[in-house]
Design a protein around this ligand. Structure first.
Ligand code: B12
Length: 354
């Protein structure tokens, strides 16, 4: 992580030592996270940052230090992949905060005001840089890509209220619920998965995105559960130890919105529990959701058991696991597979359910 070596004067060296110690006092966990080499590099970087700041103050150039702050942030994110972008931002903001406390030792008068202004700008630029990650091409394909991007950026910045507000406003502007679900929230969650896969976000951020998106879905419950009834019931379930339950939730809620009564069993439902629930609720349609391919065999087993015990009930399958197979569902005793939840709603229309 060490940058260029610096010929810092003794005043800067002693200040860097203080900032370094204070950083570890405020964030003791770093003792475990950083190895010895990274700790040494951190000290070198503080020296370098102070040196850079001094140059920017001397030259009275207000973009030099901001540009450097963004460059440094990206460099550290790449070098320290074990620290996610959001945590690295927190570290850098803390670091600039410590410099703000310390620089009165280095500067005075107008120089001091200028240094403080530069440090505050460095904080702003670093906060903005958090969301400057490269999103994938599919993320920008389809409807409402601007809203997706704004929503995902709010999530990456952990701005819960703002994120929820974006979704609320999207609904208020007349975007149909089905598009909010399938063209904003679903692709955003898929992109969250991509970012996690590429190591750009850690699992805690992914969990946060999931729980905030669940909150976004919950905002619509009043509307979802107040539509005219169709006297039809859908029972939706994830199979095996499947923990990915948001796809099933969306599907279930969409059917509720289109007037069906929905029974959603959620994640990790054993075969016998599913059969008992079907017995109890007499659904017209059972929807099985599978995300992880390893749960496909159990899904097959469940479909066969359902078909045998309830031959008149229609069975639909869906979820990411099926989309990566070669139309596996066609070999199974199920009635339909659709990639998107709304296409299953359409299918029920053509099948004269409603
Ligand atoms: C959130 C998430 C989690 C959360 C789930 C929390 C929750 N409450 O649901 C948690 C943290 C638990 C998790 C765990 C894991 N996850 Co995960 N996860 C995700 C993520 C980011 C989003 C899933 C999601 O909510 N999508 C949003 C919903 C709305 O979309 P959807 O599921 O596709 O559903 C839509 C359609 O498919 C369809 N649909 C869904 N079901 C049905 C059913 C029917 C009948 C029909 C017609 C349609 C339909 O309609 C929905 C609406 O459009 C995905 C990324 C992705 N691409 O999906 C990774 C992802 C699925 N996870 C992945 C992995 C690897 C895991 C773990 C193995 C990680 C680990 N090492 O522990 C575990 C496995 C856990 C388990 N036993 O199941 C990988 C899977 C890769 C692979 N090759 O299989 C993915 C793709 C991430 C990635 N890009 O690598 N995960």
């Amino acid at each position: 992580m060490g940058l260029l070596s610096t010929g810092a004067d003794p005043k800067i060296r002693s200040l860097a030592q203080q900032v370094y110690q204070r950083h570890f006092m405020l964030e003791p966990k770093l003792e475990q996270i950083y190895n010895d080499q990274q700790k040494e590099s951190m000290y070198q970087d503080i020296l370098y940052n102070l040196d850079y700041l001094s140059i920017a103050v001397k030259l009275r150039d207000d973009s030099l230090f901001t540009d450097y702050a963004v460059w440094l942030y990206e460099l550290l994110c790449n070098l320290m992949k074990q620290v996610n972008r959001s945590r690295m931002k927190d570290q850098m903001v803390m670091h600039y905060g410590l410099l703000i406390e310390s620089v009165p030792v280095l500067f005075e008068g107008e120089d001091l005001s200028y240094a403080l202004m530069l440090l505050n700008r460095a904080i702003d630029a670093t906060v903005k840089a958090v969301v400057e990650v490269q999103f994938s091409d599919p993320f920008f394909t389809g409807l409402h890509t601007d809203l997706r991007k704004a929503y995902l950026e709010a999530l990456l910045l952990s701005e819960t209220r703002h994120a929820l507000h974006i979704i609320e406003e999207a609904a208020a502007s007349g975007i149909p619920l089905v598009e909010i679900y399938e063209d904003i929230l679903q692709p955003t969650m898929h992109e969250v998965g991509e970012l996690w896969h590429q190591g750009k976000i850690t699992v805690d951020k992914e969990h946060y995105c999931t729980s905030t998106t669940q909150m976004a879905l919950a905002q619509f419950y009043k509307e979802v559960f107040s539509q005219p009834r169709k006297n039809r019931t859908i029972l939706t379930s994830c199979v095996g130890s499947e923990l990915h339950e948001m796809g099933g939730r969306m599907l279930s809620d969409l059917f509720e919105y289109y007037g069906w009564d929905s029974v959603y069993l959620g994640a990790a439902v054993p075969k016998n529990a599913l059969l008992s629930a079907v017995e109890a609720h007499h659904p017209d349609l059972v929807a099985l959701s599978v995300t992880m391919p390893q749960h496909l065999p159990l899904c097959h087993e469940m479909a066969m058991a359902l078909r045998e015990r309830f031959p008149t009930i229609k069975i639909a399958v869906g979820g990411r696991a099926f989309s990566v197979t070669n139309e596996l569902w066609r070999k199974w005793p199920v009635d339909v597979y659709t990639q998107r939840a709304k296409d299953l709603v359409e299918w029920t229309r053509t099948e004269n359910f409603s």
